[in-house]
Design a protein. Structure first.
Length: 251
């Protein structure tokens, strides 16, 4: 397997959010793309990354294979890589190594050992998740700003959907202060909103904050939810890649 990214920007921006919850990652690579699908150790969030062949300038995968690497080590290497640098991923089966090559004024080659996997890959992609009735597509930076504002108020956020309006409200309640932000279809940050029924659910602000910090990778995101159900948040860049996560609600 060998694939080449035209620039490191997307994967470099996504990695910190993934590493916040996963120290190791098992990828599945085949003709359709390279996929990461893992449940965090606390069993609260599923992290989903789909990278399609159109994301790469070179895509050489002859047969399906899975490989597991230390994501924290990969992140450390990527911090030294410029956003616009061309990089490649390669699997050296003979040496049992993951090879990362950075192309620039000087070619730099980094290797990481492949880790024995114990089935940490979940055969689940964002397209296979169940449909949830409440659906909002909005500006990803605006969503991040809402979560960042709520973080100084409380440790959980309540999301309430009301078909009257319609509107979706984000509510954080602390001991001495609270916050409420209403989204409506008329807001500049909202591209579309489907609220066929009432719904209410609570989620960890810390998880949402860490995961939504990837706002820079995509102009928009889509979130779906229902009462007492996990929230599914999806970032997508045309036909190149999709980054998403499923976060369990609080009781």
């Amino acid at each position: 397997m060998k694939v080449t990214f035209p620039q490191a920007k997307e994967i470099k921006n996504i990695l910190p959010a993934i590493v916040s919850f996963l120290s190791e990652g098992t990828f599945k690579a085949n003709k359709d793309g390279i996929f990461l699908s893992s449940l965090d150790p606390a069993n609260i969030a599923i992290i989903l990354l789909d990278m399609y062949p159109n994301m790469f300038t070179e895509y050489d995968i002859q047969e399906e294979e899975k490989f597991t690497i230390n994501l924290e080590d990969l992140k450390k290497i990527m911090t030294k890589v410029a956003l616009k640098s061309q990089i490649s991923w390669e699997i050296d089966k003979e040496k049992n190594k993951f090879v990362l090559t950075v192309y620039g004024k000087a070619k730099k080659v980094f290797t990481l050992p492949l880790i024995e996997s114990e089935g940490s890959f979940m055969d689940l992609s964002s397209s296979e998740l169940p449909e949830l009735p409440i659906k909002v597509e909005m500006d990803s930076k605006a969503f991040y700003d809402i979560i960042e504002s709520a973080k100084v108020i409380a440790d959980e956020i309540k999301i309430v959907a009301d078909p009257e309006g319609p509107k979706v409200s984000f509510i954080a309640e602390g001991e001495l202060k609270d916050m409420k932000i209403d989204l409506t279809p008329q807001d500049e940050s909202v591209l579309s909103m489907e609220v066929p029924s009432k719904a209410m659910s609570r989620y960890s602000i810390d998880y949402l904050y860490k995961l939504s910090k990837v706002a820079r990778i995509s102009d928009t995101l889509t979130f779906k939810l229902d009462s007492g159900k996990p929230i599914w948040i999806d970032y997508k860049s045309t036909d190149k890649f999709k980054f998403g996560f499923v976060l369990a609600p609080r009781e």
